[in-house]
Design a protein around this ligand. Structure first.
Ligand code: NAD
Length: 365
């Protein structure tokens, strides 16, 4: 998101002021002393449908930090759902991790009751610090939960769809930037061979791409070397590897002044959230002639899968929706290249237009 990261997020920032700046709609807070639950649900916007977004369990330093995190992430979900042509709004929940020992089942039971009280305006799903088992506990108390074990044979893990979506986005980017109809023979450099990076490497290997990977886990890179013939480099050396496409699939904020100075790939297309350290880095990449595919566009496969699980869509329909990320990425990249505009700005404008139509909020978002 471009404007998110330009806001001054100081501790003294008024939450209404922050919410208004992000175009927020609702904030719900719940305390349950018996279980230790302290939870926040931020609903950014429901113009397109009920708000769907993950639940985080995190050891926040302050309550303010938890609230601002939920609001920032909820806005991101609105934009991700919109750009993916889903009829969903954007929401996010956070649970402040209780200090010391706590009863996890009781915590998520209380959280499930909280979600149910919202009457379906917000649908929760798995996110950092939370497991599919936790989703199953929530499901005992509310139907407004996606990514439970009953939702898919794959155990509710949306990473495979995320990887497939990134692969599609790479194909679209290569078509526009490198005039290539397929990825055969291209050199793709992957940072992080985890739940998304590994299946992405598999797709790329099957498509005939050459791979270089890094990970802080030696077992993860070894698997890619053994199965896909990938070259392995140390994490600190990944930005200097000469290649065609760089795929960040590990950490946020990795596109900064230093790393951009080292990168020589023509395309950046990966699953990691919030890849740009600052919004201005989108323009820096463009000036350097690197086509950056906005993260929230290309990594939407997981959201598409979560939404489809919730609606009990047929797996083939889900696959078609994920494959359609090719078209979303193609449209954004085409506009960005034709107008010499930061692709993140193009994506934000398209997403905002679908959410707000021609209302004045579209311009503010
Ligand atoms: P993961 O934890 O399974 O994989 C991340 C991998 O990165 C791990 O193998 C980890 O060892 C490695 N790593 C950590 N620090 C590293 C470093 N400094 N250098 C190299 N490797 C490092 O996570 P994931 O589910 O594969 O997600 C990857 C990224 O994509 C995350 O930013 C995540 O937020 C984002 N994302 C994931 C999904 C999804 O469906 N899983 C959806 C949208 C976005």
């Amino acid at each position: 998101m471009t404007k998110n990261s330009t806001l001054n997020l100081s501790n003294s920032l008024d939450l209404f002021q922050y919410g208004e700046a992000l175009g927020h709609g609702e904030l719900h807070v719940k305390m349950d002393p018996a279980s230790g639950l302290r939870a926040i649900v931020a609903i950014h916007n429901t113009n397109l449908g009920p708000a769907l977004g993950g639940c985080r369990l995190y050891d926040y330093d302050t309550t303010e930090a938890a609230i601002f995190d939920a609001m920032r992430l909820a806005r991101g979900m609105s934009y991700k759902a919109s750009i993916s042509n889903l009829n969903l709004g954007g929401g996010k929940s956070v649970i402040i991790k209780p200090k010391g020992a706590f009863d996890r089942v009781a915590l998520f039971e209380a959280f499930g009751k909280f979600i149910d009280e919202l009457g379906g305006r917000y649908i929760t799903a798995v996110d950092s610090g939370v497991t599919i088992d936790d989703m199953d506990v929530i499901q005992r108390h509310t139907p407004y939960v996606a990514t439970t074990s009953s939702h898919s044979e794959g155990g509710g893990d949306p990473s495979y769809s995320t990887a497939l979506g990134v692969f599609q986005g790479m194909r679209a980017a290569a078509k526009l930037k490198l005039n290539r109809d397929n990825l055969a023979g291209l050199h793709v450099v992957i940072q992080g061979a985890g739940h998304v990076g590994y299946p992405l490497a598999k797709h790329l290997h099957e498509a005939g791409a050459r791979l270089t990977v890094c990970d802080i886990s030696a077992a993860s890179t070894q698997r890619c070397a053994d199965e896909f013939g990938a070259t392995v480099v140390a994490p600190n050396d990944i930005f200097t590897v000469p290649g065609d496409i760089f795929a960040p699939c590990a950490l946020g904020a990795i596109l900064n002044d230093q790393s951009i100075g080292q990168l020589s790939t023509k395309i950046i297309a990966g699953s990691a959230n919030n890849q740009l350290a600052e919004a201005r880095h989108g323009a820096v990449l463009m000036q350097k002639g690197i086509l950056y595919i906005p993260d929230y566009v290309i990594n939407a496969g997981g959201l598409i899968e979560a939404a489809a699980m919730y609606q009990n869509d047929h797996p083939e329909l889900v696959r078609q929706k994920v494959l359609a990320l090719y078209d979303s990425v193609h449209e954004i990249a085409k506009q960005a290249l034709a107008t010499h505009t930061d692709p993140a700005e193009v994506a934000d404008a398209i997403a905002a237009a679908r959410i707000y139509g021609a209302s004045p909020l579209a311009a503010a978002a």
